[in-house]
Write a protein that binds this ligand. Structure first.
Ligand code: NAP
Length: 248
């Protein structure tokens, strides 16, 4: 079965508690809404309360979707106390986590390595890699309480083959693939599955920032690239771990 062609059934994610980072926009937003429509209890993470509330309203308007929660945290500035208090509040409210989708990310500059600004480099590496590490670490006890836990990291084509002028973004996605593989190997004998998804070219704000001149009509919408994510979040991917999967 090719995950990109996976067909989800109604209630696929019923009773699952799923945290999506960067749920305020783009792919994360589409995944959160679709997952809620399939029965998941969503925790919508982002840094912009108003944008998250709009996603909350969209989910609340769905028939029979569990009412989501909102977790506001800027991944560029959050300290260890912010991660711990998020995990503590999830433990208090839900007692476990079944899905953790590391989707939030930033592009940074499209410059050569020679010209790349060091401060931007650190910010991109921090938001795209270190924050995912920190959130994973505090969420592992919550995932340990699930009968069928799944972590999804978000990669990119430039995280598999280096490409000129993609700077810290490309390097951060290589690191994300590495983090996913290391964690998957550490849990190879357990129930936790850990995988990477490469969304492929998708019509979002980040894509516009990276390719301002392209014809956007030819790009897939976020809603069209979700099957691989849903496959990995639901029970049909049990035993699938350590993989890097193309959503397109
Ligand atoms: P997007 O529309 O720009 O969404 C990015 C999300 O990350 C937004 O929710 C954004 O919040 C959040 N975010 C960014 N910086 C943050 C921070 N410091 N703290 C908290 N949240 C933060 O981009 P997208 O295209 O959907 O990207 C989603 C993922 O797919 C990213 O990891 C990206 O690298 C990856 N990807 C995308 C493509 C593509 O073609 N679109 C291709 C390959 C990989 P705000 O709403 O507040 O900005």
């Amino acid at each position: 079965m090719d995950p990109k062609n996976y067909e989800s059934r109604p209630e696929l994610l019923g009773d699952r508690i799923v945290l999506v980072t960067g749920a305020s926009d783009g792919i994360g937003r589409a995944l959160a809404v679709r997952s809620a429509a399939l029965g998941a209890q969503l925790i919508l993470h982002g840094r912009d309360t108003a944008k998250l509330e709009a996603v909350y309203d969209e989910i609340e308007a769905l028939d029979a979707a569990p009412r989501p929660s909102i977790a506001v945290m800027d991944l560029a500035t959050a300290d260890s106390g912010a991660y711990t208090s998020l995990a503590d509040s999830l433990m208090d409210e839900f007692g476990r986590l079944d899905g953790l989708v590391h989707n939030a990310g930033m592009l940074g500059d499209r410059f050569s390595i020679e010209q790349y600004d060091a401060v931007t480099w650190q910010r991109v590496m921090h938001v795209n890699v270190t924050a995912a590490f920190a959130l994973t670490q505090v969420c592992l006890p919550l995932l340990g309480e699930s009968g069928d836990p799944s972590i999804i990291f978000t990669s990119s084509g430039v995280g598999r083959v280096g490409k000129a002028f993609w700077g810290a973004y490309a390097v951060s996605k290589f690191a994300t693939e590495g983090l996913s593989q290391v964690l998957a190997d550490e849990h190879r004998d357990g129930k936790l599955r850990v995988n990477c998804v490469n969304p492929g070219p998708t019509r979002t704000s980040m894509r516009l920032e990276a390719y301002p001149g392209e014809n956007r009509d030819e790009l897939k919408m976020p809603e069209e690239i979700l099957p691989a994510y849903l496959y990995l979040l639901g029970p049909d991917s049990r035993g699938v771990t350590g993989q890097s999967i193309d959503a397109q």
